[in-house]
Structures are given as structure tokens and as C-alpha cells.
Design a binder for this molecule. Sequence first.
Ligand code: AHG
Ligand code: MN
Ligand code: MN
Ligand code: MN
Length: 340
Amino acid sequence: MSHRISLTRYLVEQQREHGRIPPELRLLLEIVARACKRIAISVNKGALGEVLGSAESENVQGEVQKKLDIIANEVLIDANEWGGHLAAMASEEMENIHVVPNRYPQGEYLLMFDPLDGSSNIDVNVSIGTIFSVLKKPNDDPKAIEPVSEQDFMQAGSQQVAAGYCVYGPQTTLVLTVGDGVAMFTLDREQGSWVMTADQVSIPEDTKEFAINMSNMRHWDQPVKRYVDECLAGKDGVRGKDFNMRWIASMVADVHRILTRGGVFMYPWDKREPNKPGKLRLMYEANPMSWLIEQAGGAATNGRQRILDIKPTELHQRVSVVLGSKNEVERITAYHLEAD
Ligand code: AHG
Ligand code: MN
Ligand code: MN
Ligand code: MN
């Protein structure tokens, strides 16, 4: 079926016609996509594969790890170590960066991932995902003898060269940007290949759908309360329209819905952890999602500032997140700036 565009063809054309991606980045993305296929197989097996439930360990954020958090992390590391395209990796599930071992050649890319997003949904058979972000090692002079360090990862999200996620839902879908819009690829299980099912994805600027964990309402800051109160007031309030709410508790699935039909997603700072800027992690959750959203015509801020402009200082740095349909994100950001 010649009209079907595979992920491989998309990447080859991005390399050949648009000059956007060098061969090493193409290899990296093919390998990440292959790793996602392996993770999808484990996810699909569920209880039959003995992959459900918790492991007896905690990650650096103090979360109890699920078995699949660890499996997905290992799959991504194993798949990416040997290709010669990477210098190092970083993950939600590893405290420190993972430098490519000496037995393999070192490349110039840095890969960050949330191997399994939506861990609380694993055991209840609700959509989960993998999120990834790619940066270039700042000093790419092959003669440089500087070893790769955590400091090399401390780049703003605007420096990303590729970002994406894979959602393990009723369909397995890989969503990708290399800076030329957002493309979606659905896994064809019979062929074992990724087939393009959407290109140049575009988010409507306005929406009537918001996503936030409402159980935290009493902990929110005033601008977030104001925005959600106005949504809840519906037709009779200042917004003059009824809003619908969705909260899947897998960022991947919530962002996938927004890329598909619009909406706004918030995981704001709240009073439960006053000294942390938010719950979600900047480097491997907020940055890749923010770039995808911007590439689809949406916006992403921390309530005050564009997320992609934040210069990180820590690998597991957290951030407040407001992303999705442009006009809503601008409204919520304005409410924060007015309150300052
Ligand atoms: P992870 O499973 O990778 O730790 O991320 C979970 C995140 C994100 O996917 C989701 O939006 C959010 O946590 C849900 O949090 P609540 O359970 O607090 O609603
Ligand atoms: Mn987690
Ligand atoms: Mn996550
Ligand atoms: Mn995770």
C-alpha cells in the first residue's frame, strides 16, 4: 500500500528534503520507536506477563516504583546504548545520568525520558505512555576529551532537537516533532511498523475542555482557582460557555487528547509542597510536551513564563505546567501575572 507513510520514510524525508535531521538522530529516533514497541508488548501482556504491581524500590523523587517503570527504563537503556549516537541518557527512574559505557562509541546526543508515564494507571488498564526529549551535547568537537556530565543536560527546552511520546492505549501511537510540526504514527501490529496517521497536527486556539486534578482545589493559588471557578460557572459566568472536564492522570493521555481535539492541561504549583515549583518534571515531562504543543500551534507556560525558556539547574527539576489551546493558556498566564 504505497499511500502509507512509515516512520522510517518520514525520517528519511526529514533528513533528505528538509535537512532537519542528521543520520545519527534518525537512528536514535528509530531506536526509541523500537524500544516503545517492546514496552507496548509488555504493557499489553499485563497480568499474563507478570508485569503489573509495585517493585520494592523508590526512585529519586520518593515514588514507589512499579515493575513497569523499571522494565521500561531498562528497555530504553538497552536499546540505546550500543548505537553510537548517544553520549548519555537521563531518566525519571535514575538519580544520575547514565553515560554510554566505554565498550560502545560515544555520539553527540543526549536522551532524556520518562520511561513509563501514568504509573498509577498501569494496574487499572488505563492509557499510559513513554515521553522522550533529545538534546545535543553542547561541545560536539570530536577531539574534545571532556567527559559528558550532568551539566551538559542543563539546556533550555528550546534547544531540543527532537521530542515525542508514545501512548499505550486502545491504539499504540507515537507522536513526534523534529521542529517541522507534529506527526502521529499508529503501530500496525500485523506489520510491526509505525504508520503515519496524522501530520501537521494543529490545536484549536479556543476550547471548552480543561484538565486538572480537582481534588487539589483547596491547595491551589488564587489565579488557578479564579480560572477554574470561571469555567465551572459555565454559560452564566464571565466565560459565557459551559466547560467540560477530563483528568486521566497520565500526562501522555491528557496531552494526546489536547493534540487531537484541543483543551487545556494544568498541573500547577500548590500548597502541598510549597518549596517545590510543581509536581511534573521539567526535563523529561514538561519540555518535550511543551515543544509538541507549541509545534501544533498551542502554548505552554509555568503560569508566568514560557516553559521552553526555563534554564534548568537540576536533572529532576520540577515545574508548574499550563499547556494546550493558546487562548486559554494566555488567559491563565495573564491571571498569574495580574496577581503578582
Ligand atoms: P509518572 O507516572 O511518570 O510519575 O507521572 C505521573 C504524572 C502525570 O502523568 C500525571 O499527569 C500526574 O502525575 C497525575 O498526578 P495525580 O495523581 O496527582 O493527579
Ligand atoms: Mn513516577
Ligand atoms: Mn510522568
Ligand atoms: Mn514515569
